[in-house]
Design a protein around this ligand. Structure first.
Ligand code: EPU
Length: 418
């Protein structure tokens, strides 16, 4: 398995470009199942999770072709299988959002349940309850959700919590249902909004996107379209932290400032300067960092997907920071590795108390999930000596060409093949 070797201590300087959003691209790729026409998706990041999503579609009978470095053509002229198998869903939970579009298009779906996950239990009860409310008969058998619905019918669906995946799954089931569906307490994440824009471009009738109530008027059929995936706000936030933790000066091109409000606010509280620059954000860090308190929340709150990166940063603030993770119950695995590098972090339930500034020293560390691996890379950029991050395949799930991007702004980071 590949490793990343980092020699820290270099202030990162320059410009860096973002890739397309992973979490927007994945459901958008699944949405191609909803039409027999070709769909062309641009700004698709070349990531392991994207490959998994495309592999899944190919197994369903979808024709998939890369027509440019980041441009994907998908055509679900005919669906030849209704099954999302365990071996794919277990490697990428987002495969579970194939349920809604498959059922809507063909009236049948057999999708493996995802099982455990490194960051929390992550059940799929809300997805299932929502799709059941649209009239599907659902059985859980042999680890699979088996769903049948000759005709889905619009319904009112209340989500107990504003789940991103459940909102996407139900939205994709509802676009071809008979009548109107209301999703109440819906997720408002920009990635959900991007999927809704893609569906609307395919002919779906969707209102209220970006609010807590999404209204979907079912239509008979959807048609092909072209869609460009939004830039990755989590990659943007990760690179902003890279500037902050190295005392650097980075301009992140195309960073979606309007989607990064909570992140900009928290970074400014630490003393980092952030300004809009062209179409992006410039992050300059040249003063000692201050501690902050932060809570992860559904959008527009502080994203859980940037909590691990912020924890690495706060080890360098002078004073006591408090992080509360409210979305996932086990998302502090990176803290245990940061401790091995010299961080001072005490965890109790959903709260982590980070005391700084700590002198981080390079160590062999192990990534446990995607964002944890980014946190360790960031700590490595601030550490002395050599940091060796193993299990880099986690990073490949969600950061495109990260080592090359970081090298281009001065980082001493190398990927060592197994
Ligand atoms: N939840 C339930 N029941 C459900 C669905 C969710 O209890 O049926 C709970 C989850 O266990 C969790 C909370 O609700 O505690 C939020 O989960 P959500 O469904 O919103 O998350 P998701 O759709 O599984 C997406 C992203 C995650 C991101 C979360 C939260 C994708 C492919 N994944 O997951 O991204 O952390 O939303 O914003 O969009 C990542 O990129 O590293 C990542 C984990």
């Amino acid at each position: 398995m590949d490793k990343m070797i980092i020699h820290g201590g270099v202030a990162l300087k320059g410009k860096v470009a973002l890739s397309g959003s992973k979490n927007a691209a994945l459901p958008i790729i699944m949405a191609s199942v909803l039409t027999a026409d070709p769909v062309i998706i641009g700004n698709v990041p070349r990531l392991r999770d994207v490959r998994t999503a495309v592999d899944l579609l190919v197994r369903l009978g979808v024709q998939a072709r890369w027509i440019g470095e980041h441009e994907l053509e998908l055509r679900a002229r005919e669906i030849t299988s209704h099954e999302a198998p365990y071996e794919l869903v277990k490697t990428m939970r987002a495969s579970f959002v194939a349920l809604g579009p498959l059922l809507a298009r063909t009236g049948r779906a057999r999708v493996s349940t995802p099982g455990g996950c490194a960051i929390g239990a992550r059940p799929v009860n809300l997805h299932i309850a929502g799709i059941r409310a649209l009239g599907a008969r659902i059985q859980l058998r042999n680890g699979y959700v088996e769903a049948r619905a000759p005709h889905l019918c619009g319904a009112r669906v209340w989500l107990d919590s504003p789940s991103v995946g459940a909102t996407e799954n139900i939205m994709m089931a509802a676009v071809l249902a008979k009548g109107t569906t209301l999703i109440e307490n819906a997720a408002r994440e920009p990635e959900v909004q991007d999927l809704a824009r893609m569906l609307a471009a395919m002919g779906a009738r969707i209102e209220g996107v970006g609010t807590h109530v999404i209204e979907i008027g079912g239509v008979e059929r959807l048609h092909g379209t072209q869609h460009r995936v939004i830039p990755d706000r989590i990659e943007a936030g990760s690179l902003m932290v890279a500037a902050a933790i190295t005392g650097g000066d980075l301009t992140i091109e195309d960073a979606p400032a309007d989607q990064l409000g909570a992140v900009v606010e928290k970074l400014r509280e630490t003393g980092v300067e952030i300004s809009t620059h062209g179409g992006g954000l410039r992050v300059t860090a040249n003063a000692p960092l201050r501690p902050v308190e932060l809570r992860t929340l559904p959008y527009p709150g502080f994203p859980t997907d940037l909590q691990a990166q912020m924890m690495a940063l706060l080890t360098q603030s002078s004073g006591t920071s408090v992080i509360t993770e409210t979305i996932f119950e086990n998302r502090f695995m990176h803290a245990l590795e940061l401790l091995r590098m010299g961080a001072d972090i005490v965890m109790k339930g959903p709260t982590a108390v980070v005391r700084g500034p700590s002198h981080l020293s390079g160590a062999p560390v192990m990534a446990t999930d995607l964002r944890a691996s980014m946190s360790l890379i960031l700590a490595g950029l601030a550490a002395d000596n050599e940091t060796e991050v193993s299990r880099v395949y986690h990073l490949d799930r969600g950061y495109e060409a990260l080592d090359a991007k970081l090298r281009s702004v001065g980082a001493r980071i190398d990927r060592v093949p197994a």
